[in-house]
Design a binder for this molecule. Structure first.
Ligand SMILES: Nc1ncnc2c1ncn2[C@@H]1O[C@H](COP(=O)(O)OP(=O)(O)OP(=O)(O)O)[C@@H](O)[C@H]1O
Length: 307
């Protein structure tokens, strides 16, 4: 088995004042994947990322990055990861080009090996290379942060809520760049509140809630956890009231001849639902189903884990 890109064991963090932000999280981020870390506000995602970044001291447990334990080999661990923080923080008087040069200097990268121009191009900031950072839009600043995180060419890129406050077009550009890094073999970890985004981008998704891991599975398997399924059925005559049946969780009249039926797929299947309608004397003309999405799974799982 190849070693994980990030390996976390029983990670704990209690902040001064007693807030328990991480309560024994164990997980592996496989190499080469796009890994989604989801959780409601305050779940502990940033705490976990800040521990990996060396910005927050853990209270217990262990973590290694690209095989380097963060306590035993902090320098190598740090060199193996690029982190795009949630907060936009940089000196407003530096230009993007200067910001990247300074960052490269911090990592001790010789001038000849720096990739400043290529990075500026990759994040579409070549036109703004010499503008003061304070004159950049929010989306441009965020892309500059991504470029900064990549100056030392780490094998892992972590993005903490990268698209908060970024408009749709810029978000798309950001994801195109992230996808191209992934295609080059970079392991990507992203935390996001946009479930749709995680669903579309991530190979695997972990969910934390109240500092505990409540799911960690390939995205497809996680989606299969959603038990509610909805079918929309068009019948062969006008109906005044929706028929009741035990195998429907919920039934609604969506039009004169259209019914929206919710059922639990662990109890019945679509065939049972259609047979029940036929027993009510309704002929089925058309059927369409809506797949449950990550939003459903997320809500079901987070509701099921009390504080
Ligand atoms: N420096 C700190 N001191 C005390 N408590 C903190 C500190 N930083 C975070 N916390 C608390 O720890 C918990 C986890 O916070 P964290 O920022 O890790 O969550 P998160 O999942 O990243 O949330 P969000 O999505 O809102 O960023 C929260 O209750 C938060 O208030």
């Amino acid at each position: 088995m190849t070693e994980a890109a990030i390996s976390i064991r029983d990670l704990q963090k209690t902040y001064e004042g007693g807030k328990r932000a991480l309560d024994g999280v164990t997980l592996d981020v496989p190499r080469g994947e796009i890994f989604g870390l989801l959780g409601p506000n305050g779940a502990g995602k940033s705490t976990m990322i800040n521990i990996l970044a060396g910005l927050v001291m853990k209270s217990g447990g262990s973590a290694s990055i690209w095989g380097f334990d963060i306590d035993a080999h902090p320098r190598n661990a740090k060199r193996s990861i690029g982190i795009v923080p949630q907060e936009i923080l940089f000196d407003p008087f530096f230009t993007p080009r200067e910001a990247l040069e300074i960052q490269a200097g911090l990592y001790g990268i010789p001038k000849a090996d720096r990739r400043t121009e290529a990075l500026l191009k990759a994040v579409h900031l070549e036109d703004k290379a010499d503008a003061y950072a304070r004159t950049l839009s929010g989306g441009m600043k965020r892309r500059l942060l991504v470029a900064k995180a990549m100056v030392h060419s780490p094998p892992i890129l972590v993005l903490d809520e990268p698209t908060a406050g970024v408009d749709v077009e810029l978000r798309q550009q950001l994801w195109d760049y992230v996808r191209s890094l992934h295609a080059q073999g970079v392991t990507i970890v992203l935390t996001t509140h946009y479930l749709e985004e995680a669903q579309e981008l991530c190979d695997r998704i972990a969910i934390i809630n109240h500092g505990r891991l409540i799911a960690n599975q390939p995205t497809r398997d996680l989606l299969a956890l959603a038990q509610e399924k909805v079918v929309e059925v068009v019948v062969d005559r006008d109906i005044a009231t929706a028929p009741e049946n035990l195998c429907f969780d919920k039934i609604e009249l969506a039009g004169e001849r259209t019914l929206t039926i919710t059922y639990r797929k662990d109890r019945v299947n679509a065939g049972d639902v259609l047979a029940a309608l036929q027993r009510e004397g309704l002929g089925v003309v058309d059927v369409s189903t809506r797949e449950a999405d990550l939003e459903d799974v997320f809500l079901n799982l987070t509701r099921a884990t009390p504080a």
